[in-house]
Write a protein that binds this ligand. Structure first.
Ligand SMILES: *[C@@H]1O[C@H](CO)[C@@H](O)[C@H](O)[C@H]1NC(C)=O
Ligand SMILES: *[C@@H]1O[C@H](CO)[C@@H](O)[C@H](O)[C@H]1NC(C)=O
Ligand SMILES: *[C@@H]1O[C@H](CO)[C@@H](O)[C@H](O)[C@H]1NC(C)=O
Length: 218
């Protein structure tokens, strides 16, 4: 995140400004803050990047230190993107292609309070919902329903949009579904070598953009 350096001089003007700031503090304290993510939830997301659509089953599971994106490409395959809090991630298919690749990142999954420190930019409508809107790290714009405080969507700086279709607080995927297929531990086809669109999918890995590694600021 960019920090703004403010240079001040000890003049009467500065003192007046300081006094004004102090008076304004009660007003600023009413600035809305985004709701913390629940420790566990399930969401169905519709993703749109310049008209390329994906349907994602997102299983966020902070309690067990893991996050799952099950990515259905429109009229295409399903890519499983499983992330552990120790930085290990697997991308695989469960079809006859049996592709798998893994990555070791320096950071784990998003913390429930990852939106702390975001900048409030006001209210806007998204998909017919009146939302409070924040930006974070010049990376993401986040829309939260004013009334229910549920996320409605977010937009990456790349233009990739996530539209939140369901938001089931407390829903958790059973342990057996988090098993990585055996061929992830074999010399096999890397998912990236057989799926031309995989890099696009990875770009929106939960809320991480691989191009910039901005995840570290989240
Ligand atoms: C996807 O986004 C494009 C703009 O990038 C827009 O023209 C199109 O209508 C969107 N499609 C859907 C299904 O939302
Ligand atoms: C991270 O955790 C997963 C699941 O427990 C495990 O399979 C993987 O080997 C771990 N990675 C490292 C680097 O310890
Ligand atoms: C898979 O990717 C790894 C790391 O980029 C590389 O070392 C390996 O040779 C690749 N395997 C195949 C079968 O392409």
């Amino acid at each position: 995140m960019r920090l703004t350096t403010i240079t001040t001089t000890t003049t009467t003007t500065t003192l007046i400004l300081l006094i004004t700031t102090i008076i304004l503090v009660p007003t600023n304290s009413e600035t809305p803050t985004p709701a913390k993510w629940p420790d566990q939830f399930h969401s169905i997301l519709v993703m749109n990047k310049s008209g390329t659509l994906e349907l994602i089953d997102l299983w966020y599971d902070w309690t067990n230190g893991r996050n799952f994106n099950i990515i259905q490409h429109q009229l295409g395959n399903i890519l499983y993107d499983l992330e552990w809090n120790n930085g290990t991630s697997f991308y695989y298919t469960l079809d006859s292609d049996k592709t798998c690749s893994s990555a070791q990142l320096e950071v784990g999954i998003l913390r429930p309070n990852w939106l702390d420190g975001s900048e409030y930019i006001g209210q806007k409508e998204l998909n017919g919902f009146l939302c409070n809107v924040w930006t974070k790290a010049e990376f993401i714009t986040y829309y939260e329903d004013v009334v229910s405080k549920r996320p409605v969507g977010w937009v990456f700086y790349t233009g990739r949009e996530a539209h939140v279709m369901t938001f089931e607080v407390g829903a958790a995927l059973e342990d057996a579904k988090w098993q990585v297929p055996w061929y992830c531990f074999q010399e096999t086809n890397n998912a990236t070598t057989t799926m031309p669109d995989v890099s696009g999918a990875i770009t929106q890995r939960s809320l991480v953009d691989f191009g910039t590694r901005n995840v570290q600021d989240m």
